[in-house]
Unconditional design. Sequence first.
Length: 153
Amino acid sequence: MYAVSVSMEVNPAGVKPALTLGEVWRGLEIKAEDPVPFVPGMESCKIVHRTDDGFVREVVVRGQIFHEALTFTPPVQIRYKRLKGDDSGWIMNTLSEGPTGFLLTYTIALSFTGVWPGTEDEKTKGDEVLFNYANALRQTVEAIRARVVEGKL
């Protein structure tokens, strides 16, 4: 299983407006329900059913279909567990305070179909996924900030 975390400052020096925990949390909720405007390569998303603490959704990413169970722990974390699709595992978005300020951390733990754990192939595949999702993380914060500026959040 390939596991790695990446954190980014939500409010780096000089970036305005500074986002609040509530604004980023609401933005992550919106992204969970409709990720297409936030995630490059995301083609569609359909909520399959809702649970007490989240929902199950079907997403299409670059032609691949995934079913994911999302669990919300407001206002700190959203966990995405893969239920169906080529790769198994989970992804988490976590909000926290760190030594540099307000952070959004992205963690993945995935097993890739047809790839042996601990191999160079796994690292290559994992690094590709990490790169794509790290970009999506930055774009998510930028999209949330834009919504705040436009008065839509």
